[in-house]
Design a protein around this ligand. Sequence first.
Ligand code: NI
Length: 227
Amino acid sequence: MPLEISGVLDRSQVAKFQALLKQARWVDGSATAGHLSQQVKHNRQLAETDPLAIELGNVILDVLERHPVFVSYALPARIVPPLFNAYRGGEHYGAHVDGAIRPVAGHPIRIRTDISVTLFLADPDEYEGGELVIQQEGGELCAYKLPAGTLLAYPCGCLHHVEPVTRGERLASFFWVQSMVRRGDQRAMLFDLDQAIQRLRATVPGHETILALTAHYHNLLRMWADP
Ligand code: NI
């Protein structure tokens, strides 16, 4: 299931990101797409090695590393350094799937893409169109156009596309996570259990079942996780 997390960046961070990205050196987005995706990808990106992408990407990673809901959902082992894209004047990204394995520029490692993340960096009223449309497991299409600073995380492997932007400019960061838990169904169960424990801790602090459930959570994690 996709997960929305609001307020990953606060308003002042969003304003700073927008100001810097407005003056950024954008390049053709098809540079980082696979053969099939290249034919449907019509947007602009910052180069992976662009110092601005690295600087802003590190701000995002720093926030996410300490974000309890993100960590609970993704159980990250590795995160691809965040990339940045922009759409305007009819730019769009047709239906595609993200590649399963991503190389990381300048590093001798490859990352398995378990979870896709889009961090919206423009508010919905700043542009027309630009919805991120994701095909859910049952085939149903869900469209997302979230406030700046809000993140959408969803399991990789879903067909998705970005609608044409017909007014204004859509700015976003996007990246992938390799999770310690490879299987999405196991990750979903761990997330549900952890969130239930957190609710219990908030409503009945000190209850003896909290410890028992926490032990159960860690035993499942020990069984399924590959750190
Ligand atoms: Ni994609």
